[in-house]
Design a protein around this ligand. Structure first.
Ligand code: FES
Ligand code: FE2
Length: 400
């Protein structure tokens, strides 16, 4: 079978420059990114198996917003702003946990039901006019797709439903039964000292694999290819070489990984990465499924977040392969962190004249195109004044 999902022709003549250097360190631009790209686009919060029981919750603090995902007594997974309606405290403080029967705000003790409705204020007689029905937790848009929980901090936005957005990859992704998986090691976070776009730029192309990722190159370099972003989704595909083995982890991985009988032939040795605009990747391997994403903390610092999920009834061989693929991934990630630091530093140099992208980096271009569509000031080679950024962008947007 042809392992390509979509055949995207790379134009003969395209602008190879990438985004302007100023956009990697402008605080005013970062506010536009939060407004037009982060708050109103779907974000992966986790997986339903991270909160299997009633009262289980997880939280996500990103881009100045706080999400709370909680499973109700009725089994339904709901999303809210993690913000008490009394004075704005966090309703739960931890990143994950269980709250039994109710959410009790740690500030003054307002109590919310697991479905977000307000059960009652502490010392209710001090609020003679409180209408409880008006003070439930503020809900977030939430959609579960193949077990993954997607939220949106603001309704609407330019994307369709998650089901619609991910329709192109659904038939392939469905082979992995991700909805039935369980956590491997939980949700991780890590900080990295670069602009979030530098992280994404590195991840959006496989041109650097041969040079920068010796283990991946050994594992699957000969078969790797990228399909660029179209309507918010990209895909990268590779199949591992069963005879690879210059690296310890790779050699053992290809030796131990059992034949995954649940997968069609063309996926039996495949590692596939689905990019989801603006900032996330879902990836599948024969023994696991994972997500990772990045959020700006400031223009020069990024929060990386992700998790790996495994089959509920995995065999010992599958578990060993999953551990080895995690090791390979972990090395790859630290190599990528270094590359993104070096590339990002250059944006502050006067000598930086933009990228000059290869056809093998067309995925970077298509991601930038998606960003430019939402934030047209990114088309300006020279940095606008910080104070003018917002109005100028609004003006360009309304011109369409
Ligand atoms: S802020 Fe939550 S009870 Fe006061
Ligand atoms: Fe990489």
């Amino acid at each position: 079978m042809n392992p390509h999902l979509r055949d995207v022709a790379i134009p003969n003549d395209w602008d190879r420059r990438g985004l302007p250097g100023w956009s990697y360190h402008s605080a005013a631009l970062l506010e536009l990114e939060k407004e037009h790209v982060f708050r109103n686009h779907w974000q992966i919060a986790g997986h339903v198996c991270d909160i299997p029981n009633a009262g289980d919750y997880l939280t996500m603090d990103v881009i100045g917003e706080r999400a709370l995902i909680v499973r109700g007594k009725d089994g339904v997974v709901r999303g809210f702003n993690n913000m008490c309606r009394h004075r704005g405290s966090r309703v739960v403080a931890d990143s994950q946990g269980n709250c039994k029967n109710a959410l009790v705000c740690p500030f003054h003790g307002w109590v919310y039901n697991l479905d977000g409705t307000l059960r009652g204020a502490a010392r209710p007689r001090s609020f003679p006019d409180l209408d409880k029905t008006e003070f439930g937790l503020m809900p977030l848009d939430l959609e579960v797709w193949m077990g993954f929980i997607f939220i949106r901090f603001r309704d609407g936005g330019p994307q369709p439903s998650v089901a619609e957005l991910l329709k192109p990859i659904e038939p392939e992704f469905a082979h992995y039964n991700a909805a039935d998986m369980v956590p491997s090691w939980g949700i991780w976070t890590q900080k990295t000292p670069v602009n979030w776009k530098s992280v994404r730029d590195v991840d959006n192309e496989g041109y650097h694999v041969a040079m920068a990722h010796p283990a991946l190159q050994d594992l699957y370099g000969a078969t790797y290819f990228d399909e660029p972003f179209v309507n918010g989704v990209s895909r990268s595909f590779a199949t591992y070489n069963p005879h690879a083995g210059r690296r310890w982890s790779v050699k053992n991985y290809v030796k131990i990984a059992p034949e995954p009988m649940h997968l069609p032939d063309y996926l039996k040795k495949a590692w596939v990465y689905y990019g989801i605009f603006p900032n996330a990747v879902l990836s599948v391997m024969p023994e696991s499924v994972q997500f990772y994403q990045e959020f700006p903390l400031s223009t020069g610092e990024t929060l990386l977040r992700g998790a790996i999920y495994r089959y509920r009834d995995e065999s010992r061989e599958q578990a060993a392969a999953r551990y080895l693929s995690f090791r390979i991934d972990r090395d790859t990630m630290s190599e990528d962190v270094q590359l993104s630091v070096w590339s990002n530093e250059s944006m502050l140099s006067e000598a930086f004249e933009g990228f000059y992208l290869s056809d093998l980096e067309y995925g970077v271009r298509t991601h930038h195109d998606h960003l430019r569509r939402q934030i047209p000031v990114l088309g300006l080679e020279t940095a606008p004044e910080e104070k003018d950024m917002w109005n100028l962008n609004d003006a360009l947007r309304s011109r369409g």
